[in-house]
Design a protein. Structure first.
Length: 77
């Protein structure tokens, strides 16, 4: 039985990981994002409450907001 279990584990380890989609509110709570950063990220990306994204998408959006210009013009003026 141990060989069968190892064989099954090896097959699942070889499969690519399926991205986990959760609501943006979930990632906000998990990562402890500040309310202003959260609101700014939603505004920047055009997201509405309840949108489901992967953790990587959420973190990339937060990083984009944090590294963006403070002028609010998107750097075009």
């Amino acid at each position: 039985m141990a060989k069968e279990e190892k064989g099954m584990g090896a097959e699942t380890a070889a499969e690519p990981a399926v991205p986990v989609y959760e609501t943006i509110e979930h990632w906000y709570n998990v990562h402890g994002t500040g309310p202003a950063v959260y609101a700014g990220t939603l505004c920047l990306k055009g997201w509405r409450p309840g949108k489901q994204v992967t953790e990587q998408e959420y973190l990339a959006a937060v990083t984009a907001f944090e590294k963006g210009p403070m002028a609010g013009t998107g750097g075009t003026r």
